[in-house]
Ligand binder design. Structure first.
Ligand code: GLN
Length: 295
């Protein structure tokens, strides 16, 4: 075993390999078994030395990251909208971009009412929300956590993904109801009632998109959607009106260049107030509309 390495030496090693500083910091915290958000701790402990076990964990994590594995799959955890989710290769690695979808969804919901006020909404005062293609459960769990007064359902076509999402819900004590469904096909509106809000971060990368070369560790079924990347978005827009309450919103995340196309699809389907929202990088990342008629 070579002489003990310090925190600063590990970070320098990662830098010489061209690894992003934030990735190196998170992987090092993981190797040291510290909370992943505690990057400030590294700054004040840069001369601390790693034990042989920590060093081995770090070298292994570094090699896997350099091989393209997402940081979240190496650590098994990802912070999303203030929640720490367990994630692995069965689900898409939740992106900070998707927090845009959650923020917009929260803004679409009616204000929460005090317990005692009379129920006035068609859904008995508690807004009904549906998350399509939930993956790790990130969006559904963030919404249920931020708005405990809502009823949240979440579907995925993948039983593997549902297992990850259900485990996250149980660990976080959030009462989201999960169902296996190919988009809305298996959702029984007589049982759930119509939804005040339907959200989705569907697959939207075009088959053959060069970006896929960098995404080989994630499930392809969570990433690609036909020749133009819009096949699943078209299906969701076609199915959603029959499940939306009058005045309910459909909000969709999509690719960096798809906002205009998704706006056209929503308008053609009869949605009103069609508009888009930017992500943290200033890219039009989500598009949605309001369903006014009885559908
Ligand atoms: N945002 C991801 C990417 O482009 C794709 C996620 C998705 O298809 N929903 O890397």
């Amino acid at each position: 075993m070579p002489t003990a390495v310090t925190v600063a030496e590990c970070l320098r090693q990662a830098q010489t390999h061209g690894l992003a500083r934030v990735d190196a910091q998170i992987l090092l915290l993981h190797s040291l078994q510290r909370p992943l958000h505690d990057r400030a701790w590294l700054l004040t402990h840069d001369v601390d030395t790693l034990t042989p076990v920590q060093t081995a964990t770090w070298q292994d994590a570094l090699q896997r990251r350099l091989g393209g594995k997402p940081v979240a799959y190496i650590t098994g955890r990802k912070d999303f909208f203030g929640l720490t989710l367990a994630v692995d290769a069965r689900v898409l690695d939740p992106r900070p971009d998707t927090e845009t979808l959650v923020e917009w969804a929260l803004a679409c919901l009616p204000e929460s009412k005090p317990e005692s006020s009379p129920a006035s909404s068609p859904s008995n005062g508690s807004p009904h929300i549906l998350d399509l293609g939930t993956g790790s459960g990130a969006v559904a769990l963030a919404l249920q956590h931020a708005r405990p007064d809502t009823k949240v359902w979440a579907v995925d076509a993948s039983e593997d993904a549902l297992a990850v999402a259900r485990a996250n819900a149980a660990r976080l004590h959030l009462g989201v109801q999960f169902m296996a469904s190919d988009w809305l096909c298996a959702v029984d509106v007589l049982r759930t009632g119509r939804f005040d809000l339907i959200v989705s971060n569907p697959p939207y990368v075009a088959e053959g998109d060069p970006h896929l070369a960098a995404l080989t560790h994630e499930p392809l079924s969570a990433l690609t959607s036909g020749a133009d990347g819009l096949e699943d978005i078209r299906r969701i827009i076609a199915q959603a009106p029959a499940y939306l309450a009058p005045g309910g919103w459909l909000l969709l995340e999509h690719g960096w260049d798809q906002a205009a196309a998704v706006q056209s699809l929503l308008q053609a389907a009869g949605f009103a107030q069609v508009q888009s929202r930017q992500d943290l990088a200033g890219i039009q990342r989500c598009t949605g509309g309001c369903w006014h008629s009885e559908g």
